[in-house]
Each structure stands twice: as C-alpha cells, then as structure tokens.
Design a protein around this ligand. Structure first.
Ligand SMILES: [Zn+2]
Length: 236
C-alpha cells in the first residue's frame, strides 16, 4: 500500500501526515471510520489504532500505518479518555464560575495517570495564563523528557499558538481537544467578540510533529454553552 489507495473495510479519507524527520508528504490514504496516522519513527511511538499496512517514504524505509478505531464521535476517543475530557469541561466551568474564560486542561502520563490539571486564569490581567501553557511548563518539573513524550494533554479547547508552541518546545506528546480553535472563533464571531490579538491557527501549523485529535462532538455543545455564558453573562 503506497500513496493513494483504498483500504478494505475502513472508510473516509484521511491525509497521512508527513514523517517528522524528513518532512516528506507521502500522500493520502482512504480509510473508513476515523483518521490515519503514520508511526512516528523519530520517537518510536505509535498512534493507537488498527494496523492497516505500511507506506514507503524513502527506498528501504517503510512506516507502519494505523487506522483509528471507528467511533461515532469521529475522533479516536475511548471511554477512559472521555473521563479526562469531561474533567476538562468541569475545569472550564470552574474557570467560568471564578469569572474567567472557560478553558480547562488535564495532563495525563503514558500510564493513564493524571499528573496535573489547570484552568484558565487570565482574569487577573496576565493574558498568558492559559492552562495548556501552565501544564507545558509544569510538565518539565513533573516528568522526564521520555515521560513528556508519552503524555497526553486533554483540553476543552484546541491549544492557541502560544500554548501549542510551549507544548512543542517541552516535547509533550499527543493533544486531544473538545472544541477546535476554528469552532471557538466562529462562536466568538457570532457573539460579536473582537478578534484576539494573536492569530488563530491549528496546533498542526505551530507544532507539526504533535499528534492532535478532536473535536469531540458529544462534548462540544457544553463548551459552546460555557463560552456563550461568559460573553453574554447568561445561561444558554
Ligand atoms: Zn493558549
């Protein structure tokens, strides 16, 4: 299986991310019911999922390809991960209750243990106090580089460019978010909120080697409602 081709029994089109080492675009692969990831050779890790074959990116160098488990959410989320995402929603609600913007994040190590969590804390005037940024910095004191690489950051909203950069710089692993930055931008635009001073970019534009999954449709509405409440000051 090389380049474009249909994989029997698996559905939907997914783009194979370019391997981080040599930045080659190896094309697209048709998969069914989820996304596709290429084994990341640089760190020796692999994305969860069903092994569907290999692709050759250079002569003699094959990479394994994994298709995600089909999921009605459209994201590669298992029950044990939904627990973390629901906690992110709770933390976002806690931030809102404290008068802050509703964002929350959880740092989970490679063994599935929660190592830290935080919520937005920008109401005091420091606009950099995003939970993802705090967790990225905290992770350097809590974890070894290898542990950081195996860790996952769950978050209510996709990392902003500042947080995505911090995540990439400290070498953290996968990101799973409930709502995308594009979704948040659309909501805030609808609410008449002025554009932020920093560009809205997907994590993949800032930290291209980070595996990112989301949005998670079953929780998106809860997050949207929190943002509506923050900006309108009433329940929605
Ligand atoms: Zn941020």
């Amino acid at each position: 299986m090389q380049g474009r081709g249909a994989v029997p029994g698996i559905g939907r089109v997914g783009r194979i991310p370019a391997p981080s080492e040599d930045a080659l675009d190896v094309g697209s692969l048709d998969v069914v019911g989820g996304t596709v990831g290429v084994e990341q050779a640089r760190h020796g890790c692999r994305r969860r999922g069903v092994h569907v074959g290999t692709v050759s990116v250079l002569p003699g160098r094959e990479r394994s390809v994994f298709a995600s488990r089909p999921c009605e959410d459209g994201a590669v989320i298992e029950d044990r991960e939904l627990v973390h995402l629901r906690r992110c929603v709770e933390l976002a609600a806690e931030a809102l209750a404290a008068g802050d913007e509703p964002f929350g994040s959880v740092l989970v190590d490679g063994d599935g243990e929660v190592r830290a969590e935080d919520r937005n804390r920008v109401a005091g005037g420091d606009r950099t106090r995003h939970p993802e940024f705090a967790l990225a910095r905290l992770s350097t004191t809590l974890m070894t580089p290898e542990e950081r690489h195996r860790a996952t950051v769950y978050t209510s909203g996709e990392h902003c460019p500042m947080c995505a950069a911090a995540h990439g710089w400290v070498g953290l692993g996968r990101i799973v978010y409930v709502a995308s930055s594009a979704q948040l931008s659309a909501w805030l635009s609808e609410l008449g909120v002025p554009a932020p001073p920093v560009a809205t970019l997907p994590v993949s534009d800032v930290a291209p080697n980070v595996v990112v999954e989301g949005p998670v449709p079953s929780l998106v509405e809860e997050i949207r409602a929190l943002h509506v409440r923050f900006h309108r000051g009433n329940a929605s």
